[in-house]
Every structure is written in structure tokens, then in C-alpha cells.
Design a protein around this ligand. Structure first.
Ligand code: FAD
Length: 374
């Protein structure tokens, strides 16, 4: 039955792209519409997939989804490789947790060992010496003991989201750019294009990132997600093979990761009061670059390529919002992925596709549903 439904997806970041891809795989007719706002989070996201080291505690539902997101990556990547999508910037390069103080690293290790008990994909987590750490990540400061997580990974989210849209289109989906709005008609959500015409759909999925409230609130909803600005610095070390370098995760400070093209990325600011200000600021860039050079002085002579800006869809709560909107027909929301959306997004998108196509929410989405009107 699901085969003959038509689903409209608003926003093709990592989450919308995943919903589209997984719906198309189920034979559902899909239309993807994306405005490509400046600061689309998926185009700026760093790409670290290593949830087990997070310092956030006391959020078991969120953490469960975060960990499930990382676990799903292996299936996701092999599913895309089948039809020939192999250029995703994905690598299981490992991750290094480092800290200034031994006591802090000990705490991080205890937390990690507790978490990876049911995450074999994290691999054989172990303490390594400062010399071993510098072998893995040569620009690193001397004297930094580290915890090595072999199962840590990184991905180029630009490539991954484009690949999922392309794979969906190859299975019959359509994708185009437009700015759309929503309105209510007889208790059901209707999507209207910039030409003023309504777009036919049995179900609308809003995966509109930090902009989602702009189209949901006019329906009488109070959607609690807004932009958290991130500035992230890209460097190049000419001639240096950086493709196998692990992600660097200092406890409580700015992280770092590397890609194949001699590229090293330092992230990122977390600005809750900058709105949709799409500008690289003196202080923002200074903060990130300064933290990066303090941790990895070997980057001092790197070329500065660019500083990207992204607006994380940040909720009033760390928990994402994933599910059907109560009281409004044909409306599903996927939003609020915050700072961990590249890890959670592919899995959350698969779950939303199951909800929409099969009519019942998978248990992984229990407790994440949006609130209704008033
Ligand atoms: P987006 O990628 O923002 O996509 C939403 C899309 O919807 C946009 O293209 C927008 O134009 C479109 N849209 C909105 N309104 C409309 C409309 N009315 N009509 C048409 N289209 C519309 N996560 C990790 O897991 N690991 C990381 O290392 C990591 N690093 C990050 C670093 C930075 C600097 C930032 C900013 C984020 C990082 N994240 C990371 C988080 C991750 O990038 C985000 O959570 C994720 O990309 C959000 O995806 P999304 O699909 O919800 O939104």
C-alpha cells in the first residue's frame, strides 16, 4: 500500500536526504524541495562520528539515539556503496581523546569504558603514550597522553547528503530548489510553493533545520528549535598525507579532524545569540584557530583555506524532535539534531521513513515526538 503514497520532504540536509533515500528504497514516491539557505548546517558540519566520548551525561534517550546513529553508519555506507556511491569522505580513522590533566583523562576513560560495553563498534579502546599519539596525529603538542578509540570515524557530510539524494533520484525521487511554506486546510497540512500553488502530497516531512520554526509556527505550533551558529576553520598542510589521521577530541575544548586532501579542520564556535548572522567574525575565527594551534602547534604553517559557517538546529532540549505532529493531518517533523546531527541524521532519517511508509513509529523514536498545537 505504501508504494502508492506521495511524500514531500522540505529540506535536504543530512536528515531530509536520509528520509528521502530510505523512503525511495521502500518504493515510495518522493519529492525533495530545498531552498539551500546560507548556513545550511550539513554543508558546514565537521563530520565526526564518535559519540562514545561525549561529556554530556544524564541524557539517556538522547545518548541512545546518538550511539545508534554511529552504529548504523556501517550499514549506511555499504548500502550506498552497492549502487556505486563510494566517494563519501568516510573513513574509520579512529579518535583520540586528550586532556591537559591526567585526572580529567582518567574520568573520560572511565566514562568511555562504561559506554562501550554495549558498543563493540568502538573497537579496542586503550590508553596510549604521548609519543604514540603524535605518531597518529603528528602536529599534536608534545606530552599529551591519549585514549585511542579505533572505531571513531569521520565523513564528508556534503558528499554523503548529496549521495543520498542522488541515490533517491536514481530510484525515482525528484529533487528541486524552492522556498515553500505550509498552511492548514481542513485540519491537514498543505505545502505551498513560491509560485503560490499547493504541492500534492499524502504526507509532508519537515526537515528544515534551523529554519523549521519559520514554516511550522504559522500553523499554530510553537516549535522550540532555533539556530546555534558555528564557525569552523579549514586548513591545508601542502603535501602532507592527512587522510588517515584520527579525530582529535580534547575534553571540554575545540576538536580537530582531517580529510584526504591534506585538509585539517578545527571546530567550532557555539553561538546561541548570533541568530542567522552569516559572517565570519574576528573573535569567532580567533577563538577556533587559537584553540587549534594551542593543541596542535604543528599546524602553525598550514594554509588557511576557508572558514565555514553553519546554523545547528538547536532545540530548547538536547533531544531531537522526530515524529508525527499530533492534531495535524499528514505532517511529520524531523529536527533539533543540534551538534550531533551528522551522527544521528542517517539513522533518524531511516526511522522517520519507516514511520511514514509503514504507519507505525519504530521503538527507537519513542519519546521523541513533537508537541501539538496550543
Ligand atoms: P540542515 O543541514 O540545515 O538542512 C536544512 C535544509 O532545509 C536547508 O538546506 C534549508 O535551506 C532547508 N529549508 C529550510 N526551510 C526551508 C523552506 N521553507 N523551503 C525549502 N527549504 C527549506 N554533527 C555531528 O554529528 N558531528 C560533527 O562533527 C558535527 N560538526 C558540526 C560542526 C558545525 C560547525 C556545525 C554547524 C554542525 C555540526 N554538526 C555535527 C551538526 C550537524 O551538522 C547538524 O546537526 C545537521 O547537519 C543538521 O541537519 P539538518 O538536515 O537537520 O539541517
Amino acid at each position: 500500500e505504501s508504494k502508492y503514497m506521495r511524500v514531500l520532504i522540505i529540506g535536504a540536509g543530512i536528515l531530509g536526504a536520509s528520509v528521502a533515500y530510505h523512503l525511495a528504497r521502500k518504493g515510495v514516491e518522493v519529492e525533495i524541495i530545498d531552498e539551500e539557505h546560507q548556513g545550511k548546517a550539513t554543508l558546514a558540519g565537521a563530520g565526526i562520528v564518535a559519540p562514545w566520548a561525549t561529556a554530556v551525561e544524564g541524557q539517556p534517550e538522547w545518548y541512545g539515539l546518538y550511539a545508534a546513529g554511529a552504529r548504523y553508519y556501517a550499514d549506511l555506507i555499504s548500502g550506498l556503496e552497492g549502487p556505486g556511491e563510494t566517494n563519501l569522505g568516510y573513513g574509520k580513522v579512529g579518535a583520540l581523546v586528550v586532556a591537559e590533566e591526567k585526572g580529567v583523562l582518567d574520568e573520560a576513560e572511565a566514562r568511555l569504558l562504561r559506554r562501550i560495553k554495549d558498543a563493540p563498534e568502538a573497537g579496542d579502546v586503550r590508553r596510549i603514550s604521548p609519543a604514540e599519539a603524535r605518531e597518529l596525529f603528528p602536529p599534536l603538542r608534545e606530552g599529551m597522553e591519549a585514549i585511542y578509540i579505533p572505531g571513531g570515524a569521520r565523513v564528508d557530510a556534503r558528499l554523503l547528503s548529496a549521495a543520498m539524494v542522488r541515490a533517491a533520484v536514481a530510484m525515482g525521487a525528484t529533487a528541486r530548489n524552492d522556498h515553500v511554506t505550509l498552511r492548514l486546510q481542513d485540519g491537514k497540512a498543505v505545502c505551498v510553493g513560491s509560485d503560490g500553488r499547493s504541492i500534492r502530497a499524502d504526507e509532508i516531512v519537515v526537515t528544515a533545520g534551523a529554519w523549521a520554526a519559520q514554516i511550522l509556527n504559522p500553523l499554530g505550533l510553537t516549535h522550540p528549535v532555533g539556530p546555534q551558529k558555528g564557525q569552523i576553520v579549514h586548513l591545508r598542510l601542502p603535501g602532507v598525507a592527512t587522510g588517515k589521521w584520527p579525530c582529535l577530541l580534547p575534553v571540554g575544548s575545540h576538536y580537530m579532524l582531517a580529510f584526504d586532501d591534506s585538509r585539517v579542520v578545527i571546530g567550532a564556535t557555539r553561538e546561541d545569540n548570533s541568530g542567522f548572522d552569516y559572517r565570519v567574525t574576528a573573535a569567532g575565527e580567533h577563538e577556533v584557530r587559537g584553540a587549534g594551534l594551542a593543541l596542535a602547534p604543528g599546524l602553525a604553517s598550514a594554509t588557511h583555506i576557508e572558514t565555514r559557517i553553519g546554523f545547528r538546529p538547536a532545540g530548547s532540549d538536547i533531544k531531537p524532535i522526530l515524529g508525527r505532529v499530533p492534531g495535524i493531518g499528514g505532517l511529520t517533523v524531523g529536527n533539533g539534531l543540534g551538534a550531533s546531527g551528522l551522527t544521528i541524521g542517517p539513522f533518524a532519517g531511516k526511522c522517520l521513513a519507516e514511520l511514514v511508509a509503514d504507519g507505525a513509529a519504530p521503538t527507537a523514536l519513542d519519546g521523541f515526538g513533537p508537541k501539538g498545537r496550543g
